[in-house]
Design a protein around this ligand. Structure first.
Ligand code: SF4
Length: 296
């Protein structure tokens, strides 16, 4: 069933205002990519107006072809070794206390891009010693060495999205694997990192499958969980199976907290980095600015 009209609870803020313009210009001048734009995120207006953006490194072309994702698939360009310094500078200018960095999957590179990841984390820390860094990483095809390269740079939060339940991995994430992604989270936890993951709901999963996934993630002691509504970026992407109501999201949040997750952000417009600074506050020991008061 495809649903043409969004329910009222999915109406997002229209972009605008001075903070929005500042982030937009900064992204352009520094030749940065943001997942906010590339993934057609419905929260772009709200986040940019608050002075926050999720920076995407390693280009804007992905080697994978997840069927929910708006990012272009193809052959990525050359690795840009100037990128870590530019990202560090953008974080400084935005004045971020909590920076979320993500990347496309770079299965074309022997290390999956781990070295650039590590350099970026180190550069951001060097220029912004008080900023907490959340890395939203790909699975590096399960290569433990690549994961360790990123972890050795010492980010504050290791985020890797499961995206959906076990049965739907192949149709939704195509080249990814449920157990491989879970192992990324487990390995990071075993090294003592704060871990975070996210699921989209409304893409065809059944209630008992959500339950099973939450239990699997609780078993590897994931700290932070995000749950949000799947939105179809274009006609070429998987159709929406159902609109999940705010009440159902609230129920899943309670369930997750009951299973032992430290923080669960659950709602129709929740995305992996949505209000990330507030989610992480519990783990990083600082008090974030209230919502709507600028950059985190
Ligand atoms: S790996 Fe990430 S960026 Fe690439 S297509 Fe999948 S979700 Fe999109």
């Amino acid at each position: 069933m495809e649903m043409d009209r969004k329910p009222p609870w999915l109406r997002a803020k229209i972009p605008g205002g001075p903070e929005y313009a500042k982030v937009r210009d900064l992204v352009k001048v520094n030749k940065l990519h943001t997942v906010c734009e590339s993934a057609h995120c419905p929260n772009l207006g709200e986040c940019w107006s608050r002075g926050t953006a999720t920076i995407m490194i390693l280009g804007e072309t992905c080697t994978r072809s997840c069927r929910f994702c708006a990012i272009a698939t193809g052959k990525p360009g050359e690795v840009d070794f100037g990128e870590p310094a530019r990202v560090a500078d953008a974080v400084r200018i935005m004045g971020l206390k909590h920076a979320v960095i993500t990347s496309v999957a770079r299965d074309d590179l022997p290390d999956g891009g781990a070295e650039i990841w590590a350099r970026t984390v180190r550069a951001v820390k060097l220029v912004n010693p008080d900023t907490h860094i959340e890395v939203l990483i790909p699975d590096f095809k399960g290569e433990e060495q690549s994961l360790n390269t990123v972890l050795d740079a010492d980010p504050d939060i290791l985020n890797h999205n499961m995206e959906t339940v076990r049965r739907l991995q192949k149709p939704v994430r195509v080249q990814a694997r449920y157990d491989r992604s879970r192992e990324v989270l487990q390995r990071a936890k075993e090294r003592g990192f704060v871990t975070k993951t996210g699921l989209m709901l409304g893409i065809g999963e059944r209630e008992e499958e959500i339950e099973e996934t939450l239990a699997d993630l609780a078993e590897v002691k994931v700290d932070i969980l995000t749950l949000g509504q799947y939105l179809r970026p274009t006609e070429k992407h998987l159709p929406i199976d159902r609109w999940v109501t705010p009440e159902e999201f609230a129920r899943w949040k309670e369930r997750a907290l009951g299973l032992g997750f430290g923080v669960c952000e659950s709602g129709p417009l929740v995305r992996s980095s949505y209000h990330a600074e507030e989610q992480s506050a519990k783990y990083t020991g600082w008090t974030p600015a209230p919502i709507g008061v600028g950059a985190g």
